[in-house]
Design a binder for this molecule. Structure first.
Ligand code: TK8
Length: 339
């Protein structure tokens, strides 16, 4: 009966049932472990950001925190990992915003096709007051958004044929993220979209249960999608950010100083991650070609055909996302592109 405490864990057991006459040296306070999980692999721009984040947190907390990194959806895909944060069973994750619009409708503004003309404008909106407002909307969902990192402009790949026009995607089975706007956009183009978590995509392409998928160049290259996809068209149809999230339960248990360490680290790492992503976007189009892919750049007229085909998505979804937030982003974009 004495050692019934064993069920309460080893520490209790050691303290309660040990010899008791050895004087233990004052123990150093235990490091607090923060686990952070992502879906991409260790070669990704996102993982480069995580390494920087870890370095910053551990340095600035003088080793009081240990940040453990998990790639390849080891602790769950975007939706599962985010749910674990809400439950308080995982500390951090950095998913794409798109599969989370069921939890927070405001995030859906990024899923409107062609809403950002380029990364610079996207970064300014994401890092400015509108982006902050969207991050704040996560608090009521049990999530604290620390920063937006770069996932990037998404491009179509497939194993069937070269795509230059919407007609070319007719009937094509395209995997999308679990997001209603992505589904609507691909339906509008005449494709046959299938939502699926990221970790299942490679195998689905290999087994040809899907013909294609869409992701930014660094992901297509680093995840070796060229091994199972022959064609890539630089459609750039949607810009998706990553959002660096912490469980609100964990966040609320931290001192103000520690909260600041994490917030600052997410911002420093963001700038590093975006730089790595930009470099990869620059160098890896050529690498995809060298790996045997046919990479197609669209003419402005060809691109316009895609833009026109997906334009109805705005009418269908703006109200659901929140007309005010859609307008706020569009106005910011307009201001920033004028200069
Ligand atoms: C990784 C995903 C990925 C995203 C996707 O967890 O699902 O296609 O682009 O980066 O978030």
């Amino acid at each position: 009966a004495l050692c019934i405490a064993v069920v309460m864990g080893l520490a209790v057991l050691a303290a309660g049932c040990g010899g008791g006459d050895k004087k233990a040296a004052p123990a150093a306070p235990a490091k607090k472990v923060i686990k952070i999980s992502i879906g991409l692999n260790e070669q990704s721009h996102e993982y480069a950001g995580l390494k920087k984040f870890k370095e910053e947190v551990e340095k600035n907390s003088k080793g009081r925190y240990e940040v453990q990194l998990y790639a390849n959806a080891q602790l769950g895909d975007d939706v599962k990992a985010t749910e674990a944060l809400r439950a308080g069973t995982l500390e951090m994750t950095a998913p794409s915003t798109s599969p989370l619009t069921g939890m927070s409708k405001e995030l859906g503004v990024f899923d409107l096709p062609f809403i950002f003309p380029n990364s610079e404008v996207a970064y300014k909106v994401l890092d400015g007051p509108v982006g902050q407002k969207i991050l704040d909307s996560l608090q009521s969902k049990g999530l604290v958004g620390l920063a937006f990192w770069d996932n990037g402009f998404r491009h179509l790949t497939n194993s069937v044929r070269e795509v230059k026009t919407p007609e070319d995607v007719k009937g094509m089975k395209v995997r999308t993220m679990q997001n209603p706007m992505h589904l609507a956009a691909w339906k509008a183009l005449g494709a046959n979209p299938t939502p699926m978590p990221f970790s299942e995509v490679f195998t689905a392409m290999q087994q040809k249960t899907i013909d294609g998928q869409e992701n930014p160049v660094p992901t297509i290259y680093q995840q070796k999608f060229y091994e199972v996809q022959k064609y890539c068209t630089l459609t750039g149809h949607i810009y998706t950010p990553f959002v660096v999230l912490m469980s609100k339960k964990v966040w609320d248990g931290m001192s103000k100083e520690d909260q600041k360490i994490f917030k600052d680290a997410a911002v420093v790492a963001r700038d590093h991650e975006r730089k790595v992503s930009a470099d990869m976007n620059k160098s890896q189009v050529e690498k995809l070609r060298q790996a045997g892919m046919t990479v197609t750049e669209l003419t402005p007229a060809q691109l316009k055909a895609f833009q026109d085909a997906v334009a109805p998505v705005y009418g269908e979804f703006s109200g659901k996302i929140g007309a005010d937030i859609v307008k706020a982003v569009q106005e910011e974009v307009k201001k920033l592109t004028k200069k």
